[in-house]
Ligand binder design. Structure first.
Ligand SMILES: [Fe+2]
Length: 341
């Protein structure tokens, strides 16, 4: 009896070819993709070797200290807004050209990170987002509260698997260390949710590629048996998630700072030539793009605003310009721009 069941299970599992569809049906890739398909997220352990992850964490801290505003990594009393670059309540540094700092680009070009996305898309011709970095401290100092903002990063009007998001974690990320919270398996329920909850009042969003879950929406997820999980990670681990999977981040309450760099890739074939030209301009001006690699949103400026005025340490370009190898340069999309005849 049990033998028969095992055989049937083995036979019904399939190893799909081509781009993943993230439909939640069992697969047998034999790697992180099985968890990704089932849960809507997955962890790629050691995507960056530990020693290099530590080096990147050191670069991150050095970057924060380099603003010369008073922050020192070993002195918690310096966790103050005035002693740090402008960081929003969710931990994001949005300005200063941080997205194009050399250490951020080096993380984007890490082979173990890029390979994960190549596997999911079954495509090695990828472009990468110029997205931001995230730092959160256990003692929040005078930073405003980070309230939960459960959301999906995809327009409900455009269903199906469209975008795989990612973040590289650089510090220990245990249960108390803050980080990503996901609604496990939520990607599978996305279409049903939006069909049944179509009349629920919408939380205002600056882009239609963002949908916030109301209290009623959270109840719907719970009523359908879905649970939220804090994703625990170690330095060098990559977390990937389907943009439809509800998620947000929580601040650390233990001893470790939360350090993360967002990394999101998509096949260049899914970007238009106009997208690539827009992306090239963003790269040349060292501007950010959000997590969408096709540059559907480009930040208007790198100038950080602090309490209504430009930050005294505001800057247009990174402290250390990136040095891109051939693989990293392809990720900018620039080599894929067709020359005019
Ligand atoms: Fe998000």
């Amino acid at each position: 009896m049990s033998t028969t069941t095992t055989v049937q299970e083995t036979v019904t599992l399939n190893q799909p070819k081509g781009r993943m569809v993230l439909d939640g049906k069992p697969t047998n890739y034999g790697d992180f993709r099985d968890a990704l398909n089932r849960d809507g997220y997955a962890v790629i352990k050691g995507a960056i070797p530990l020693e290099r992850a530590k080096k990147y964490a050191d670069s991150f801290y050095g970057y924060l200290e380099g603003f010369d505003l008073g922050y020192k990594r070993d002195d918690p009393s310096t966790v103050k807004r005035a002693m740090l670059p402008v960081i929003n309540e969710k931990g994001m540094i949005l300005s200063y050209g941080v997205t194009h700092e050399k250490w951020v680009w080096d993380i984007r070009a890490e082979p173990g990170v890029v390979e994960a996305f190549e596997k999911v898309y079954d495509d090695s011709d990828l472009i990468v987002s110029f997205d931001v970095v995230n730092v959160q401290f256990p003692g929040r100092g005078d930073f405003p509260e980070n309230k939960p903002w459960p959301h999906q990063d995809q327009d409900p009007e455009s269903p199906g698997f469209r975008c795989l998001q990612g973040l590289v974690n650089l510090n220990p990320g245990g249960p108390d260390d803050g980080g990503l919270i996901v609604c496990k398996g939520g990607h599978k329920f996305s279409e049903q949710f939006h069909r049944e909850m179509a009349n629920e009042p919408r939380i205002p969003a600056w882009t239609k590629e963002w949908f916030g879950f109301t209290e009623n929406g959270m109840k719907w997820l719970k009523d359908h048996g879905l649970e939220w999980e804090k994703v625990c990670v170690e330095p060098g681990d990559l977390i990937v998630w389907d943009s439809r999977t509800p998620h947000y981040n929580v601040p650390p309450s233990g001893k470790n700072d939360r350090l993360a760099v967002y990394t999101c890739y998509m096949p260049v074939a899914e970007a238009s030539q106009a997208d690539l030209i827009k992306k090239k301009e963003a790269f040349e001006k060292r501007l950010g793009t959000t997590h969408w690699p096709n540059a559907q949103h480009v930040a208007p400026t790198n100038i950080a605003m602090r309490d209504g005025a430009p930050c005294p340490k505001a800057r247009e370009v990174p402290v250390e310009d990136p040095v891109l190898g051939e693989r990293a340069f392809r990720l900018t999309g620039i080599p894929y721009i067709k020359q005019e005849a």
